[in-house]
Each structure stands twice: as C-alpha cells, then as structure tokens.
Design a protein around this ligand. Structure first.
Ligand SMILES: NC(=O)c1ccc[n+]([C@@H]2O[C@H](COP(=O)([O-])OP(=O)(O)OC[C@H]3O[C@@H](n4cnc5c(N)ncnc54)[C@H](O)[C@@H]3O)[C@@H](O)[C@H]2O)c1
Length: 432
C-alpha cells in the first residue's frame, strides 16, 4: 500500500520504517527542513535500537523516502497518518495546534478520497474536530474518512514494539476505512480491535494513565518499605507474579518522566474535568510521582548536608534506558535541582549527552564525561539517575577510590545493597 506519515519524529520515523519493512511504500513528511535533509543523506536524527539499519535497508529498497512537502505526501498515498507533537499547555490541556495545522494542510492538498489516520495522542473527541477541519478547508471537496489509530510503542524498544505489537486499535466513524486499515496491519499478525473513534482515543489515555498509576503505586509501596525495613523489589516480585497484576511497571525509583506519561496524565485529567469528572485518582498519581523526586533529593541532602561547592557525579540523563530522549527526564530534573542547590556536576549518558546539552549547558558547573568510569573522579558522591543496564558494569573499585568518600545514591535500584555495603560503600537506593 502507499502510505504517508506526517511528522517524522520518534513515532513517525519508526512507524514509517516498520511499515516499509513489511512491504508498504512509505513517504515520511516533516516540516523541519534540516531533519529531512539529514534523513535524505542517510543520517538518523534520533537514537532507537535497530532503527538505522531498518531505515537504510528500506530506503535502499525504494520503499521509504523523506520529503518536507505535505502535498507530495498526500498526492502519493491512499492513507495519511498524522504523527505530530501534541505538547502540554500550562493548564495541563493539550496544544492541538499541530494537529489542526496538519489537518488543514492535508485538506488543501487532497483531490481524491483519502483515509486520514491520527496516530498522535489526543484527547477524546479530537477525531471529530479533525474531520470538521478537513471538510471546511478542502477546496476540492474530496471524500475522506478520519480514523484514530493510537500508538503504544515504548521509546528504546520502538522497533520491536511496532514489529510485534500487542494489539492494534482502529477507531472509526464509519465502516468504510476498516478494510484498508486491516490491510495496512495484516503483515504484523497482531490482534486488531475496531472501535468507535472516541473509544480509540480514550484507550490511549486510559492505557498510559494506568501504566503511570502502576509506577506511582510501587513508588508509594517503596515509602512503606523504607519505613518498615522491607525490600520493594521483593514486594514487587511477590505481587508481580500474580498474573492479574504482572511484574512490569513495578520498579520503584525516581518516578516517571518523558514526553508521554506526564503530559498524557495531565491531558486525561483535564479532558475528564471538561466532561464533568474529577479524576482525583490520577491527580494522586501525579502527586506521588513528584514526591518521589523530593524524597530522593532529601536522601542526598540528608547525607551530604550542604550541596554548595559539592561535586556530584550523575550517571544517566535520558528519561529511561535505551533512548536519547531527555524530554521531561527525571534525571535532568534531578541535575537541575542539584545545580540550584549549588552543587557542580560531572554527568554521563550513553546516548543522550548531545540532547541534554541543549537543556543543561556545559560550563563551570557541568562537565560532560565520555567515559562512565571517569564520572566519579574528584566527586563527593555518585548518583544513578537512569536505568541503563551498562551502569551495572561500572568499575566500582575505581569509582570508590576516585570519590572523596564512597557514597552512591541509586535512584534506579541497579545495585544490591548488601554487596555494596560489603564493598565499603555508603549505598542509598529506593524502597530498600
Ligand atoms: N514518543 C513516544 O514514545 C510516543 C509513543 C506513543 C505516542 N506518542 C505520541 O505521538 C505524537 C508524536 O510524538 P513524537 O515523540 O514522535 O514527537 P516528535 O517531536 O519526536 O516528532 C514530531 C515530528 O513532527 C514534526 N512536525 C511538527 N509539525 C509538523 C507539520 N505541520 N508538518 C510536518 N511535520 C511536522 C516535527 O518536526 C517532528 O519531527 C505525540 O502525540 C505523542 O504523544 C509518542
């Protein structure tokens, strides 16, 4: 099939590459000219495991191409996917101006029947607005259908998630686009759920809120574990083996961040309010998440006392492992708060240092360190802020000798408390 994706970011680029991999002919559109130029010359603007080979292979096979022209994309496809940002506004609601402007651009370019599919995460009832907009701005009065097809990929595992999805949700206003949408996804052999468009939009917000809730739940349990001398990992294992609960998303730590959970939670709370429901449960999820960071920072100040003129090594800047994405990263927030209290930092991340430099400018207070084993050099303490598996291979002996005192604050529970104590560390983690 001929498919176009508008917005070539974490979702659009990976989706485009995976659609091409199963044999579709895909045009990826982006209005960022620099990004398009980079992609056309074989570069990849984001880090996502396996993505570079996938893109190269499909570009070479003639199934994947990049353009900055929405008209080019719309003219050359039957189905147009929207994967542009839906960032939060100060009041928690979603800024839908990117979606609206793409809807207008598609409408202006359409001269024949198209299926317009929203893949961006949007509040319930957005599909109706997109349909109204296209109808209003399509001078050619071309026929069309609007579909909601929310994306559930995890950054860091996006290629895997797209190639082997748990499920595909297709929300429609009429049955007309269903057969074509099933054909798009047939090669992925995943369960396909066809719903009304409002339900599809709600499924995405409900799913992300539930996952965030699970994280806040275990973080709340971690507080009780610390107060009672229990171990949150053992508790998580004990409850997670119950098939009704499941072990995933039960890792206590610094809390969730990233470009999805915080904004999707706020958006879901806001749209619920507009629909007449006070989603107090989700407000509590947000509160627990914020408190988790406060509690971790208190551990640092309780131990180091005054942070002014202290040097702290920070391992991890990305919002989670396997990605270079630093949007609303808890690790970045941690750094900002340590800096605000007067500490200077030596920081390292396997993939996210370039993107972090846009937020945490290198300077006298921040040194970016290429070798993770050199981060501790001359520091007063070390902090693990992102759960990169490679940090488990840190040269602990060298780090212990490089620090003025061997203190490690592990915000992601990567190390074993007993082993660390035996090795002579003052080791503080979360919920243990
Ligand atoms: N990142 C994730 O893990 C993830 C997962 C599921 C869903 N989502 C949702 O998918 C959507 C996109 O997220 P993302 O992380 O891929 O964003 P992103 O910022 O990485 O990418 C969006 C891209 O859209 C481009 N763009 C903006 N306006 C455009 C326009 N008018 N025409 C063409 N291109 C335009 C931007 O230049 C950018 O490259 C959001 O709604 C997000 O909530 C994201």
């Amino acid at each position: 099939m001929k498919l176009t994706i508008i917005g070539t970011g974490y979702v659009g680029l990976v989706t485009g590459a995976c659609f091409a991999e199963v044999g579709h002919h895909v045009t990826c559109v982006d209005n960022n000219a620099e990004k398009v130029k980079l992609l056309q010359s074989g570069g990849i603007p984001i880090y996502e495991p396996g993505l570079d080979e996938l893109v190269a292979r499909n570009v070479a096979a003639g199934r994947l191409r990049f353009t900055h022209s929405t008209k080019d994309g719309v003219d050359n496809s039957d189905i147009v996917f929207i994967a542009v940002p839906t960032p939060p506004q100060p009041d928690g609601s979603v800024d839908l101006s990117f979606i609206e402007s793409v809807a207008r651009e598609i409408a202006a370019a359409m001269t024949s029947y198209k299926i317009v599919v929203d893949k961006s995460t949007v509040p319930v009832k957005t599909g109706d607005k997109v349909a109204e907009t296209i109808k209003r701005y399509c001078k050619a009065h071309a026929d069309f259908d609007v579909v909601s097809n929310p994306e559930f990929l995890r950054e860091g595992f996006a290629v895997e998630d797209l190639m082997k999805p748990d499920r595909i949700v297709i929300g429609v206003r009429t049955q007309r686009p269903v057969a074509a949408m099933r054909e798009v996804y047939a090669p992925f052999n995943a369960p396909i759920i066809v719903t009304d468009i409002n339900s599809a939009e709600l499924i995405k917000h409900a799913a992300n809120s539930f996952l965030a809730l699970k994280i806040s739940y275990i973080n709340a349990i971690s507080v009780i574990c610390e107060a009672s001398g229990a171990n949150v990992i053992e508790v998580a294992n004990g409850i997670g083996l119950d098939a009704r609960i499941g072990r995933r998303f039960l890792d206590a730590g610094l809390g969730f961040g990233g470009s999805c959970f915080p904004k999707d939670l706020s958006a879901f709370i806001k749209i619920s309010e507009q629909l007449g429901y006070d989603f107090a449960l989700l407000k509590e999820v947000q509160r627990i998440n914020a408190a988790q960071m406060d509690r971790f920072l208190k551990k640092i100040t309780d131990t180091l006392w005054v942070l002014k003129d202290k040097k702290i090594g920070v391992l991890g800047l990305a919002f989670k492992q396997n990605t270079d994405d630093v949007r609303l990263s808890p690790a970045i927030e941690l750094c900002q708060r340590l800096l605000k209290d007067g500490a200077s930092l030596r920081v390292h991340d396997p993939k996210a240092m370039d993107k972090a430099k846009d937020i945490l400018k290198p300077g006298p207070a921040i040194t970016y360190v290429e070798d993770m084993n050199a981060v501790a050099d001359g520091c007063d303490a070390l902090v693990v802020a992102t759960e990169w598996p490679v940090f488990k291979k840190l040269d602990l002996d060298r780090a212990r000798k490089s620090l003025t005192h061997p203190i490690l604050f592990d915000g992601r529970n990567l190390f074993d408390p007993q082993e660390m104590e035996q090795l002579g560390w003052i080791y503080k983690s979360v919920g243990r």
